[in-house]
Design a protein around this ligand. Structure first.
Ligand SMILES: CC(=O)N[C@@H]([C@@H](O)[C@H](O)[C@H](O)CO)[C@@H](O)CC(=O)C(=O)O
Length: 307
């Protein structure tokens, strides 16, 4: 039986980008600078090495380096969830143990990808990670990229274990999100994944969100969450619509990650280019990204101004 899990871990988590040097190698100092940038913005924590963090495009050693840099910089200040999912169970377990030994708070994983695996194989894959540490585990459900949809049957089986404390629901169905919450119960964490429907996810039972676009506008998601908690639903809806206008523009570039990383660089936070095949922001888009950055900064100023 989970107790106090939701109150302990609910909130806004930035799915953090990785940071590379000009040659494309993991740059620990840049990772630290990025992690530091997110302190004091009201977020609960960081989700390290996930989709936005390109963990799946990095080798085991690089993934460890990114996490180590994050832990060295913000341990104790932010709650750190680490994505340890890799194609092989063996590598995932190694990353899970590494996360525990470096003080991470929670581990999380997608299923193994590429092979179309039966549910029993995905369950075994996750179970090995769960058993390998004393850390809590959050299932990462992102069917549009993995091809695997978490069933409520498997969720119920996994959630019966104390260590399995929640699910990150990056699928787009708020109906499924609500079903996950109902299946897991009140003390089982559900995180909204699609940033465009953060408010819808919260209304249908999510306890917070984990998202990539939070990385360029964390203040707006913190504010949106606050408005929801205050039951100011119409104000929250207007802010979600404003955020969605920004996300729509971000998604219009050849790579969302390239666009967000360029915006960060305009603020003096260098994270290098995303790793190929994720495309960098090209020079022809720099002017419009500068304009978008101004729009985000103006919106943040508007929504964080004291009344
Ligand atoms: C499919 C996908 O990548 N979804 C993103 C969203 O943050 C997404 O980038 C955003 O909603 C824009 O579409 C997150 O759910 C993924 C995430 O949190 C992560 O980077 O691990």
């Amino acid at each position: 039986m989970h107790t106090d899990i939701v109150s302990k871990y609910k909130g806004i988590y930035i799915a953090m980008y990785s940071a590379y040097d000009e040659a494309g190698n993991v740059d620990k100092e840049r990772v630290k600078q990025l992690a530091r940038y997110y302190t004091g913005k009201g977020v609960k924590g960081l989700y390290v090495g996930g989709s936005s963090g390109e963990g799946i495009l990095q080798n085991e050693e690089e993934r460890k380096q990114v996490l180590e840099a994050v832990m060295e910089e913000v341990r104790g200040e932010l709650t750190i969830i680490v994505h340890v999912g890799a194609n092989s169970t063996r590598e995932s377990v190694e990353l899970a143990k590494h996360a525990e030994s470096h003080g991470a708070d929670i581990i999380s994983a997608v299923p193994s990808i590429y092979y179309r695996l039966p549910e029993a194989a995905v369950e075994t894959h996750w179970q090995h990670m769960i058993d390998s540490t004393n850390l809590p585990f959050i299932i990462y459900n992102i069917p549009q990229t993995t091809g695997f949809t978490l069933s409520t049957k498997l969720l119920a089986k996994l959630a019966a274990q104390d260590k399995v404390i929640g699910v990150k629901m990056s699928g787009e169905s708020t109906f499924e999100l609500q079903q996950y919450k109902e299946t897991g119960g009140e003390e089982f964490l559900v995180f909204n994944g699609p940033d465009e429907q953060f408010l819808a996810g919260r209304i249908m039972g999510a306890d917070g969100g984990i998202g990539g676009t939070y990385g360029v506008m964390p203040e707006l998601f913190v504010k949106l969450d606050y408005l929801f908690q205050e039951n100011k639903i119409e104000e929250a809806r207007m802010l979600q619509i404003k955020i969605n206008g920004i996300i729509k523009k971000l998604l219009s570039y050849p790579s969302l990650y390239g666009a967000c990383k360029h915006i960060l660089s305009l603020r003096g936070i260098e994270t290098g280019n995303p790793r190929l095949p994720m495309l960098p922001a090209s020079a022809e888009h720099h002017d419009s990204l500068a304009q978008l950055n101004r729009e985000i900064e103006e919106t943040v100023a508007l929504y964080t101004a004291k009344a």
